[in-house]
Design a protein around this ligand. Structure first.
Ligand code: AMP
Ligand code: FES
Ligand code: ZN
Ligand code: ZN
Length: 323
């Protein structure tokens, strides 16, 4: 895939000098019309897959290019429809990272004039840096990123419930989602596959969730934030694994395939979402949800994963577990 200034190419819409070549649309765009094209696609996903009964929407923004692109592309449309929109930033307590991320999220919400809610993991007695320390000490036997994912999902839902939001939006894009879907198909993990939909309705204390960027390529979010001059985080999380996992290999091979056959990835995701998942959903029983006896949040286990993590950390602090 190529994007760059071309001396010769002209924007398909206005005929001015083009800046972005979008292989899967087989089209050159100037900056203004690329922005329009990107927004139209995100809005189309929202309008096609999301029911119209949501009123208070919480956009989870990490400061990375994807969720910043989501915020800028969809918020004006939601506000025009008369919906209430706020952003959520989760401060995970990662040194040299979380504070920078907060500044970026703050700047973007300020630019758009929408409220920002900040939830701090430290208020629950620990940080992701501390989790990383416990992983090294083998007190916690799961990768840091997997614990971080659990923590983020929990805090997003808890914040939405407590503040009265009825929909949570995240910036998951096509490249990661399709790699995850492919990996789930190959490994037979059907229950995780069916969660890869643009919209998951709420139930039993779980707030509805959506991924309006599910059909948008990662490269496009990069060009979009550049084009609208939105600030984005330029550092990586220090806990990003150094070795490449199988999912990263799957993602790279899908991207290579898409370079040879532009549009292959978005076609695959659409077929998974529109044809495969509905069939699987008919067959699969809905996983049972229970109320966590400690925090009251919905979960597949009791106590929930977040409370079990807190219990393990406090046992370690009390000297009741050692490495
Ligand atoms: P990740 O799990 O890092 O791939 O992020 C997926 C999505 O979760 C992002 O696009 C955001 O919408 C959301 N997210 C990740 N980290 C945070 C954070 N610290 N605060 C708020 N939302 C986040
Ligand atoms: Fe979660 Fe890095 S942001 S481990
Ligand atoms: Zn143009
Ligand atoms: Zn709990």
């Amino acid at each position: 895939m190529v994007a760059g200034v071309s001396v010769l190419a002209k924007c398909r819409v206005c005929g001015r000098r083009a800046v972005y070549w979008v292989p899967w649309a087989n089209t050159w765009f100037c900056k203004e019309h690329f922005v329009e094209y990107f927004k139209r696609r995100v809005i189309r996903t929202y309008e096609k897959y999301f029911p119209k009964n949501h009123e208070r929407i919480l956009v989870a923004v990490s400061g990375g290019k994807d969720s910043v692109a989501l915020l800028h592309s969809l918020t004006p449309h939601l506000l025009d429809k008369g919906l209430k929109v706020s952003a959520l930033f989760i401060d995970l307590g990662i040194k040299n990272y979380s504070q920078k991320a907060y500044r970026i999220v703050y700047e973007n919400t300020h630019k758009l004039g929408i409220p920002l809610i900040v939830t701090r993991l430290a208020d629950h007695g620990f940080t992701i840096d501390y989790v990383a320390y416990l992983v090294v000490k083998r007190i916690i036997r799961r990768p840091v990123c997997s614990i971080c994912g659990l923590v983020k999902r929990y805090l997003m839902n808890k914040t939405a419930v407590e503040k009265g939001f009825d929909l949570i939006l995240t910036g998951h894009t096509l490249n990661d989602a399709l790699a995850f879907a492919t990996q789930n198909i190959y490994s037979g993990n059907i229950y995780d596959l069916v969660k890869l939909k643009p919209y998951i309705p709420g139930r039993d204390g779980l707030v509805a969730r959506g991924k309006p960027l599910l059909f948008v390529y990662e490269a496009e979010t990069k060009w979009f934030v550049e084009a609208v001059e939105a600030p984005v985080l330029d550092v990586k999380c220090p806990h990003t694994p150094r070795t490449e996992s199988i999912i990263i290999h799957v993602k790279k091979s899908l991207e290579e395939l898409d370079e040879k056959h532009p549009g292959y990835m978005s076609m695959a995701m659409k077929n998974i979402v529109d044809k495969l998942i509905p069939l699987l959903e008919e067959k699969l029983p809905k996983p049972r949800l229970v109320k966590c006896r400690i925090c009251g949040m919905p979960s597949s286990t009791d106590p929930c994963g977040f409370c079990r993590l807190k219990i393990r950390i406090s046992k370690y602090r009390l000297g009741r577990i050692s490495s």
